[in-house]
Design a protein around this ligand. Sequence first.
Ligand code: HEC
Ligand code: HEC
Length: 252
Amino acid sequence: MRDLPARGYLASNVDSVDEMFCRWCIIFLMVGLVVLTNQGCTQNRFESIKLHTYDPSLKINLDSKTINACLVCHTAKEMQRGPVLDGFPDWYLKNQLKKFQLGYRGKNPNNRAEYLMGGAIKNIKTDVELEVLADYFSKQTPKPSIRVIRGNIEFGKILYAARCASCHGSEGKGNRQINSPPLNIQEDWFLMDQLSKYISGQRGLHPEDTDGIIMKNSTIDLSLNDMRNIVAYISNNLTVLPLLQKVGPSKN
Ligand code: HEC
Ligand code: HEC
């Protein structure tokens, strides 16, 4: 099986010593790999919520009734509504849905929009249903959206680089390792709305919501204008949403 030149001039027991050595090498390599893999997982200190992994190959079908129940509030058709979720990454949707289930979000009646979702989460009965819904919305193409936030894009660009890019990426693609979502798929009003909620202590307030607290702390000292400028920069320069003509006051 092995073709060793050593055979000819080394003592016959070299073969088995050699073999032993190889076996030890393999054992060390495997132990090393296991240790490395484990470290990789435990080092992710942002991973506070445990989710089991849904296997998309199971192809569990969602009935349209379940999806439509979400779409009552998650399409652009309604005035009083949540964000359009199409194209959000599945891991982020799962994390947020879990936060609603655990009561980290959606329990404060003063935060009316979030409170609505706090009620809707009760319709998701099992973890598999939660994961299938996340999977479904993540596979939809982001929809065109109307820009409503005006701001100074140049100022926004500078602030984004200094205050946001380290976690959300210079192109706004997010970073799964630290649970920071992409910012290039949300509608601009929703980005603005959520930033205001972090800064006013309506989001990122539950002591176990580690990611929310990290994000809340990242908004310290931002003024309303700073936020508008950042959002205007994101929605003009980073977004992947197809553009819809901005609805604004007539120029005449
Ligand atoms: C009664 C209206 C309503 C229904 C029904 C509803 N939602 Fe929501 N949802 C909202 C609102 C409003 C928000 C935004 C909350 C906020 O402002 O903080 C939201 C937020 C979310 C978020 C967090 C988005 C983010 O980026 O923070 C997810 C995920 C979500 N909903 C998923 C779902 C799913 C899946 C369903 C169907 C099972 C559903 N929602 C049904 C109103 C609703
Ligand atoms: C230290 C890392 C960090 C920095 C810096 C940071 N973020 Fe975040 N951001 C996060 C994390 C983590 C989350 C998820 C929080 C949660 O689950 O509530 C988040 C969530 C958000 C959300 C909610 C998105 C949604 O769909 O619900 C917005 C909006 C946001 N960040 C914008 C910004 C902006 C704008 C800046 C710069 C001013 C910024 N972030 C700086 C880590 C960061």
